[in-house]
Structure formats: structure tokens, C-alpha cells
Design a protein around this ligand. Structure first.
Ligand code: ARG
Length: 565
């Protein structure tokens, strides 16, 4: 039951406003002592020609019969404060959570509509560096959040598998490469070849011509060039798959830039027909001056297509293939302009679905000095970060809980959890600085802290033993101590909805952290297991509901919740 909506309906009868409008006015008081919901009467003053204070009085005295979910209504100046019946609220919330389990907070609002999410989108022949962690983790979380709300998420890894750099790579490989060495060293060997190409090309510019030549060979389908290119691609995908496996990341499609090679011509033609293409020093552009943006480059003077041209073809392909409700790009804010241009061009072509394209931007990731042993000074490889975090988690577990079974598996869950949590622990647009010791601090606002709280709740449940047949006395969890926790659990579905609306998994991170904090406070204030079996059973139901909600929340972020730590 949506209590806020029930209150809105009640007020609607007294104010001649629609429940929907009232929903927008109802507030959540900053302090629980002021009730669970508040209705400010300021906006009614004009219509009623009375002071808000008088209006709140009148509405209150007009409500003669309280619905059972409400305990009381109090007038406080211009405000009407609504107090829920704590018993009713605690009982129904905990029951709902225990009934729904991992489905808690799910809904069918999505009605199976497709939400395309473009995330991770790595570049071939380049190692997975720490900059790609955010897109991978944010995108994967959004994927789960939208599915939870009844949408059908479609995860796309829009591979960066096109561009002149692949011609350079083939040149470098043919000059200095060795098949076994590359098979062995994989992306790192390719990166080395690429770096060498640039060093040598500074001395010998003819290398650039060779690079262009080999790129043309890929474009023209020369078998040797294609064989090498496909091999580079295969090596890269095999390598990054290891990381996806550890992080538990999946995709439904790997259609990347090369996939759109044969899909650009009709789009370019349509731009031409709609009079949107302009010549600019031999190149073709869409002029966006009226919108305060530089022109969007569609074709270079030599006829070559660009990143934007591919993304344009890609947007049409996705619309046709998935008829998406939203088409989301999880890409760093450095590409803000690119996406603004892309969306504008589609709008200018006259497609109303341009409004369904969303750029979910995020900030930069860096590491504090000295927290990581990297293979090369400049680039931070995600592989190294993951390895170090897991090793460190293993050490901490060894220290805290040497008898734990499955120490390796738990270390992996905790290390990866710490990494994902910290990536999602702030508004995504903020820059992040990783500090391995901080993100693994069991007492801070961290993944391990939330996981540890979950494990603690599980341990309480184990200790209590079997209370299957005991009837819970729920008045016990309508108490002053329990209610803040109950309230947070009850808010969880709303938080998921807001996270989807704002494309902000961080809302869930913040909320599960608050639940963990509230639970720990409850745990210190109250003895969970005592002689009174009915009360004990009610408290344990609350503990189970807490563990279950934390587990669901963490799962939506992509973090596992071990039962023992
Ligand atoms: N591969 C690009 C990069 O690493 C990101 C691609 C994002 N997706 C897209 N459709 N443009 O910067």
C-alpha cells in the first residue's frame, strides 16, 4: 500500500486538488517527531482566501474518521503532520519484505519496455584501465535496477574496434612483432607495439603512411589485414573477459563501431536529403551554430567516417532493433559535447525519440599515490587494482577471522565489493580518488562495512535457532528503537525508483549504508534474543528483513553479500 498516496486521496477530498498534485506537495519531515508525512498549506492560501494556519486547522477538523494506517494527524502552524500507525507500518513492511525476498522493491512499471544501456565499451588492443571501471560498474548497476523495475535491460558493449590506430598496430606487428610473444603477452604486448610505433614514427614519418595503408587494407577487406585485426580483437576480448568474470558483468551485445561500417550510408543520405549536410573545406558537417555547438563532423574530406557517424548509425540501429524506451550511454563527461551533438542531430532530423537518448556522464577516477604496485608508472591497469584489493582483503580476513571457511572466495567478494561500492559511493559526476586502505575500512562508509553488517545479521539469525512456529509480537518492532530502521526498510522501493529516474545507483549505495548504520545502532540498543519468544520472533523478523533488504540493495549495485565474514 502506498500510504503517501492514500493521504493524498484523503486530502484531495478536502482541498479540491487532484491526488497527483498533492503528491507533489507532501513532504517528509526532517525529524521523525514531526510525523511521517507533512502537508504544507501555503499554496492553498490564495484559493481559499485564508491564512495557511487557518486552512490547516480546517482541514484537520474536517477529517473525522482516520484510516487504520494512520495513528493521528497534528496541526503545527501551516502544516498538517501525519503520523503513521507504527504497528501497522512495521508489521506490513516486515511481512512484505519477508514474502518478497529478493523481489522486494521490484515493480512492473517498466512493462517490459526495452532500455538499452551502452556501458564499459572498451577499446580493442588497449588494456582495461581504471577509467573504464566507472562506466562498467555504473552501467551494470543500471542494468539491474531497470530490470528490477520491470523493464527489459539490453546491455551493449559498444566496442572501440575501428580507426586508424589498427592500421598502425598491424604495421608495428609486421615490423617488430612475434606471434607467440603477442599470444603470450596479449593486450600488454599489443600496447607495447603501439607505443613503439609512436616512438619510431617520430623519427621515421613514413611509418604513418604504412599505418594508413594497412588501415585501408582492413577497410577493403584484405584477408591478411582482417586476420590480424580479428586476432587482436579476440585477444582483447579474452583478456577483458577475465575482468568481467571477476566483477560479474554481462552483456547482451558486443556490437561496436565496426558493426556500423555498412550501416552509415543510408543515414548520411538521409542527412543529405533533409538538407542538413554542409560542405566545410571538403568535409561534410551538420552545422550546430544555432545551438551554441561546434559543427558535428560526419565525413572527412577523404570520405572517411568518424566516431559520431558511427554513433549516428548506431542510434538508428538500436531504435529499429529494440524500439527502446530509453537509450542510455554511460560515458565519461569528457564526451559531453559528442553526445549533445549526436542527440541534436537526431532531433534536427525530426525524430521525436531523440528525447529518449540519455548521456549518463561520470567523473574521473584516480588513485592515491603509493597505494598500488603498477607495472607501468602512468597507466593504472584495472587488473592490478583488482588483484591488490583482493590480496589486501585476504590479509584483513586472515587477521580478523582466521577460521573462516572459503577465505579466498570471501576475499574476492569483499575486495570486489569494496571497489564497486566506492565507485558508486558518490554522485556519479564527482571525481573519485581511490585509496585501497580507505575503501577496505570495515568501520567507514564502505562496501565491507555494509557486507559485514549483513553477515552480522545472518549470524544473529543462525544463533536464534528455529522459531518457525512462534507467533511474532510485532508491537516490539513499533518501538522507538526499531522504528528508524523499519522506516528505512520501508523507503527502499521508493529509493530504487529514484535511482532509476536519475540514473544514480549512488542513491541505493547511500540507502543500504543508512540501513546498515540503523541496524547496528538497533543491535547495540536492543537485546535481540531473550526469554520472550514472541517478542524475540518479531525482532528476528526485523533482522531477517534487514539482511534481505541489504542483500537486495547490494545485488542491485553488483555486490555480493557473504553470510559469514
Ligand atoms: N570506446 C569509447 C571510449 O572508450 C566509449 C564508447 C561509448 N559508446 C558510444 N556509443 N559512443 O571512450
Amino acid at each position: 500500500m502506498d500510504r503517501k498516496y492514500e493521504i493524498a486521496k484523503l486530502l484531495s477530498e478536502k482541498t479540491m486538488m487532484s491526488p497527483e498534485d498533492i503528491m507533489g506537495i507532501i513532504e517528509t519531515p526532517p525529524d521523525m517527531a514531526l510525523g511521517d508525512f507533512a502537508f504544507p498549506c501555503f499554496r492553498l492560501a490564495k484559493q481559499f482566501r485564508k491564512s495557511p494556519q487557518m486552512i490547516s486547522q480546517e482541514i484537520a477538523s474536517g477529517i473525522t474518521e482516520l484510516p487504520s494506517f494512520l495513528d493521528r494527524i497534528e496541526v503545527k502552524g501551516p502544516y498538517l503532520n501525519f503520523y503513521l500507525s507504527r504497528l501497522d507500518y512495521a508489521k506490513s513492511t516486515v511481512r512484505e519484505i519477508l514474502e518478497q525476498g529478493e523481489r522486494y522493491g521490484s515493480s512492473d512499471e517498466g512493462q517490459k519496455r526495452n532500455v538499452v544501456i551502452d556501458y564499459s565499451s572498451i577499446n580493442i588492443a588497449k588494456p582495461f584501465h581504471i577509467g573504464h571501471l566507472s562506466t562498467t560498474v555504473i552501467g551494470s548497476s543500471l542494468y539491474k535496477i531497470f530490470n528490477h523495475l520491470g523493464y527489459n535491460s539490453v546491455g551493449v558493449n559498444h566496442l572501440g574496434d575501428w580507426g586508424t590506430q589498427f592500421g598502425k598496430l598491424i604495421t608495428a606487428y609486421k615490423l617488430w612483432g612475434d606471434r607467440d610473444e603477442v599470444n603470450e603477452g596479449s593486450i600488454h604486448a599489443l600496447l607495447k607495439l603501439y607505443v613503439r610505433f609512436h616512438d619510431e614514427a617520430e623519427k621515421d614519418p613514413s611509418l604513418e603512411d604504412q599505418g594508413r595503408y594497412w588501415f585501408k587494407q582492413i577497410e577493403d577487406g584484405n584477408p591478411e589485414a582482417l586476420e590480424l585485426f580479428d586476432w587482436f580483437k579476440e585477444l582483447t576480448l579474452k583478456e577483458v573477459q577475465k575482468i568481467y568474470d571477476i566483477l560479474n558483468i554481462r552483456f547482451d551485445s558486443y556490437a561496436g563501431e565496426a558493426f556500423y561500417n555498412d550501416k552509415m550510408a543510408p543515414v548520411i543520405q538521409e542527412l543529405e536529403e533533409k538538407g542538413l549536410l554542409k560542405d566545410s573545406e571538403g568535409a561534410k558537417v551538420v552545422d550546430l551554430e544555432d545551438y551554441g555547438m561546434p559543427p558535428c563532423l560526419i565525413l572527412k574530406s577523404d570520405g572517411a567516417t568518424l566516431y559520431a557517424t558511427r554513433d549516428l548509425a548506431c542510434a538508428f540501429y538500436r531504435k529499429k532493433t529494440y524500439d527502446f524506451y530509453k537509450n542510455i550511454y554511460v560515458v565519461a563527461y569528457q564526451q559531453n559535447l559528442h553526445f549533445q551533438q549526436l542527440f541534436k542531430v537526431i532531433e534536427l532530423m525530426g525524430y521525436e525519440w531523440a528525447k529518449d537518448m540519455v548521456h549518463v556522464a561520470f567523473g574521473m577516477v584516480s588513485m592515491t599515490e603509493g597505494t598500488l604496485s603498477t607495472r607501468s608508472g602512468r597507466v593504472i591497469f584495472l587488473e592490478d587494482v583488482i588483484r591488490d584489493v583482493i590480496n589486501r582483503a585476504r590479509e584483513i580476513i586472515e587477521e580478523k577471522n582466521p577460521d573462516l571457511p572459503d577465505k579466498d572466495e570471501t576475499a574476492k567478494q569483499v575486495g570486489v565489493g569494496a571497489l564497486i561500492y566506492s565507485t558508486l559511493s558518490n554522485n556519479r559526476i564527482k571525481d573519485i580518488v581511490f585509496d585501497i586502505n580507505k575503501i577496505l575500512n570495515f568501520d567507514g562508509e564502505t562496501g565491507p562495512y555494509v557486507q559485514y553488517t549483513h553477515a552480522r545479521a545472518c549470524s544473529v539469525i543462525r544463533k536464534a535457532g528455529d522459531l518457525e512456529d512462534v507467533v511474532p509480537d510485532y508491537s516490539e518492532i513499533a518501538s522507538e528503537e526499531a522504528y528508524p530502521l523499519v522506516k528505512l526498510l520501508g523507503d527502499f522501493p521508493e529509493v530504487i525508483k529514484r535511482a532509476a529516474e536519475k540514473y544514480e545507483p549512488f542513491y541505493i549505495t547511500r540507502h543500504v549504508t543508512q540501513i546498515a548504520q540503523a541496524f547496528n545502532k538497533y543491535y547495540y540498543d536492543v537485546r535481540i534474543i531473550d526469554e520472550d519468544r514472541n517478542r524475540t520472533k518479531a525482532r528476528l523478523d526485523l533482522v531477517s528483513a534487514t539482511a534481505s533488504t541489504i542483500r537486495t540493495g547490494l545485488a542491485l549495485l553488483g555486490i555480493e553479500a557473504p553470510e559469514r565474514m
